[in-house]
Design a protein around this ligand. Sequence first.
Ligand code: GLY
Length: 316
Amino acid sequence: MPRTPLVIGSERSEIGLPGAVELLRQGASAIDAVEAALTACEDNRADHYVGTGGLPNARGEVELDASVMLGSSRAFGAVGAVRGFRHPISIARAVLERLPQHCLLVGYGAELFAGEHGFERADLLTDEARQIFLEALDRSEASVEGERTAATDGDHRYRLAAIELVRRFRRHDGPWGTINVLALDEAGELCVGVSTSGYPFKYPGRVGDSAICGAGNYCDLRYGGAACTGRGEMSMRLAGAKMVVDGLAAGEDPGEACARMLREAATLEDPFAAELRALALSPDGRHGGASGQRGSTYAVMGVHDDQPALLPRLLA
Ligand code: GLY
């Protein structure tokens, strides 16, 4: 059914929405709009939670997760723990479109696939992100002096020190920088994309909800799409995005469906409990978001708008 195109996104997606909306004005598809918005976010070196400039894992390496899902077919493509490529969302799209026998590639395989398909390589660790990482290590009670990368006892202690930071990071104020972008095109297709450098100082190889169908991303054209930011382990334990879409299927308003999922997440024990947020967009263009933190927002831009508007998320 023809629709008025629209894009919504999580905090710090605003940088990508005008380009996405311009594509939609020209009749582009929802997946084109999602990819355009997220590649702009992945290039934003000031954002330390996505793409180039993202904070590294416990070994000082930037590992990226991304996924994209189409509402009409429920086709899903994703990459996890991918290193050295500028636009993980484009690789995720290529998994969806060019590797139909699979949904998710991680690590070495994702990098092999990206290289075979000519995706642009990049040095993802910026000087600023490296500095934040080293300063955080220095602040750690378990920080060690001297050589930090050799495969020695020092290396082992180094990794322990970095893991200690994961625990400290639970006091992070947020918002987490994982980017969600949800788009509705004029043909009525709905698409959800997610891109992130994941939990800073994570254990190498850790893949978060952003790459997991049903956890950080879910889209079903009958009911709507949803995506999560924040502590991915919580949305993985709940299948958070799918739970939001189930709420839409049951007739809940998008914001309320997000808030209900977050209230459920809050019932799970987690010593590293941090902020979790959700966004949802229905096929008829209704949208909403929720957060556990007062004053949090999401961005919305339609084809008649000059710039994104920031709307409040429901307090879960
Ligand atoms: N939600 C992003 C992550 O946990 O990696």
